[in-house]
Ligand binder design. Structure first.
Ligand code: COA
Length: 331
């Protein structure tokens, strides 16, 4: 008997209420609404308010995803690089607040690729018979890592959360995730990192120590090349041609990265699903937020062949595919 597949059965997302528009950034830093829009595709992003944490956002998204389907979850996998505390993981607090009893719960940190890594982790739990239903959440408050004076990173990042419920099912039914393709390249960790605050370099009195440093142009190049390469691999494993893909839901880092990746793949521009204009780069939340927005506005329809591909700090990247299931009316 083939191993059970992880089938999408619930979806939800959650955003902080505070909107930060480009003109508000331009009023403070040496940049402009026009520069940000044309170089990144972002018009505005959401920012967690004081006291609003990653767990709060994850609970919001997780509750919506669970409410959209029957039943709970035996396992909670939280993809995040911004947990509420350095120790312990945040997933157990999310599970507790969602009333999931003593469900297994842990974090996965693959930064902006975290959601695809967490999906693969959940699929492995289901295939191995360890879980029947898994709640996978991507949630980040990445703005807490950003130097408020850094015009190269402030415009890019936003906060948010997205979640899916996966159930054990058959590989050939709509909503079944897989195959997967996952990779890393740690020698390039310093292209996008927060250098201090861990065991290698302890936090000092210099507040600059705890902020994200980014070599934007290099990251841009790696992101396009790796997402295209990984997409080709996963399509080949799935037995799909590029032309079979109806929707490409890539990590929302920069609209030009999404467009360039689609072009490298030979995919029409209108296959690209994008909500980056409204949310910016929300790290691990990016793909499930884009999925939830796209199914609400009808961009994603039952039967669509969907390619997911992510890239992030680490460096990490990964891809998977699914045929979009009928999830009913979004609440
Ligand atoms: N406003 C105005 N000018 C800015 C600016 C801003 N917010 N940020 C950078 N610039 C300037 C640079 O200083 C540079 O000036 P110079 O030519 O005088 O040196 C110029 O704009 C061009 O900078 P460059 O970095 O070449 O621009 P770019 O087209 O590569 O766009 C990014 C910059 C950051 C938008 C782009 O590199 C990018 O998106 N990289 C990937 C980042 C990412 O996705 N990170 C997360 C990955 S998960």
């Amino acid at each position: 008997m083939p191993a059970p597949a992880a089938v999408l059965t619930g979806l939800g997302s959650w955003l902080p209420t505070k909107v930060l528009a480009n003109h508000e950034i331009a009023a403070r830093l040496d940049t402009s609404d026009e520069w940000i829009r044309t170089r990144t595709g972002i018009r505005e992003r959401r920012v967690a308010g004081p006291g609003e944490s990653t767990v709060d956002l994850a609970v919001g998204a997780g509750r919506k995803a669970l409410a959209s389907t029957d039943g709970g979850a035996d396992v909670v996998v939280l993809a995040t690089a911004t947990p509420d505390q350095p120790c312990p993981a945040s997933a157990p607090q999310v599970a507790a607040r969602l009333g999931l009893g003593t469900a297994a719960a842990f974090d996965v940190n693959a930064v902006c690729s975290g959601f695809v890594y967490a999906l693969a982790t959940a699929a492995g739990f289901i295939a191995g018979g360890i879980a029947e239903r898994v709640l996978v959440i991507g949630a980040d408050t990445f703005t807490t890592l950003i130097d408020p004076e850094d015009r190269t990173t402030v415009p890019i990042f936003g906060d948010g959360a997205g979640a899916v419920v996966l159930r054990a099912g058959d590989a050939d039914e709509p909503g079944a995730f897989g195959p997967f393709d996952l990779h890393s390249e740690g020698e390039h960790a310093d292209l996008l990192w927060v250098e201090a605050g861990g065991s290698r370099r302890r936090l000092s009195d210099d507040p600059g120590d705890r902020f994200l440093a980014m070599q934007g142009t290099a990251v841009f190049r790696h992101a396009c090349a790796r997402m295209a390469e990984s997409s080709r691999t996963v399509l080949e494993r799935a037995g799909w041609m590029v032309g079979d893909v109806d929707r490409f839901v890539g990590h929302q880092a920069n609209i030009r990265i999404l467009q360039a990746t689609a072009k490298q793949l030979g995919m029409p521009a209108d296959a690209v699903v994008a909500n980056i204009d409204r949310v910016g780069n929300t790290s691990a939340a990016s793909i499930p937020l884009a999925l939830d927005d796209a199914r609400r506005d009808g961009t994603l329809a039952p039967g669509n062949r969907v390619l997911l591909s992510a890239f992030g700090a680490g460096l990490t990247w990964g891809s998977t595919v699914l045929r979009w299931p009928d999830l009913g009316q979004p609440s």
